[in-house]
Design a protein around this ligand. Sequence first.
Ligand SMILES: *Cc1c(COP(=O)(O)O)cnc(C)c1O
Length: 371
Amino acid sequence: MRWKEEILELAPYQPGKSIDEVKRQYGLDHIVKLASNENPFGCSQKALNAIRDYESSLALYPDGYATDIRTSLSEFLGVELNQLIFGNGSDENIQIISRALLRSGYNTVMASPTFSQYKHNAIIEGAEVREVPLVSGEHDLEGMLAAIDDKTNIVWLCSPNNPTGTYIPEKDLISFLERVPKETLVVLDEAYYEYVVAEDYHQSIDLVKQYENLIVLRTFSKIYGLASQRIGYGISNEKVIRTLEPVRQPFNTSTFAQIAAISALLDQEYVVECRQRNREGLEQFYQFCDKHQLSYMKSQTNFILIDFKVDGNEVFQYLLERGYIVRSGSGLGFPTSVRITIGSKEQNIGVQQVIEQFVNERKNKAALSNH
Ligand SMILES: *Cc1c(COP(=O)(O)O)cnc(C)c1O
């Protein structure tokens, strides 16, 4: 068969291990998953009720225009209906944008390390990938600008960035947008937007009004706790959205995803509560790391990247065998770190106890080998 050469080198996405898999493998009966940045408190009860109370036929296709969630979201954000595009998660929006703009002979610019799907989709489309290393965990915007040329069709910004948790301050973002060529689409991935507390974080809806080559991506998978339902959205001007729309599959977001998303969106009280509880968890993680002299990056998300200065896979395995699934940094571009999703208070204390045990065992080993 004449496969696209580009895809032959690609590996399928490696998801975090599932709870059932780990239970079976290690004979454990209590597993805590802190690997994929899901909301440990689940979704709003109102979203669950909306799905439970759904009464129409399962035989009918979903509303391909996602009219009701589109209407709710346009009111909530203060944008027009035709400034929104819905995807089967942000993952699909990344795919749609890549399909629409990337091909052989053109290139795309992104940070490194950052969210893996930008590069993955660019490779499938045959575009050249230009990765600009993070500097101290942050986007090197000047370096990214320097990497852009007249064949750059997309530049990806992830703010807050996965897997570092760092964000781009608004003034830096504006200075960047001012200088990016108008022919280059800037994709600003804000998957963790609702978790941000930094005061100089970007007001991206305002920026969408000013820069016609900007699209913002958000999702219901993270703070809204609806990762299983697969729904995310893009915000841009009507021209960009209109051009992307034909690339989208006609029925790409499910009926349940749409109705759950409406109720979740309307329950902002729950969002505020989750953000606060997450912040408390993060602060407590900082204290824990300080106490044990573990270095970490300050995070605006619901995860923390901790550098253990040893093989991240080893830390991952140690935690796994004791019932905690986290993400090894080795697959994320930080080989001596692990990325841990902030859980409930109880989960955080639990995983920290195991980390403490790990750190102490390492210390004892080191002390013994010094004798
Ligand atoms: C989780 C995540 C996504 C994907 O979210 P979905 O909406 O579940 O597809 C996109 N971008 C970043 C940075 C993420 O962390």
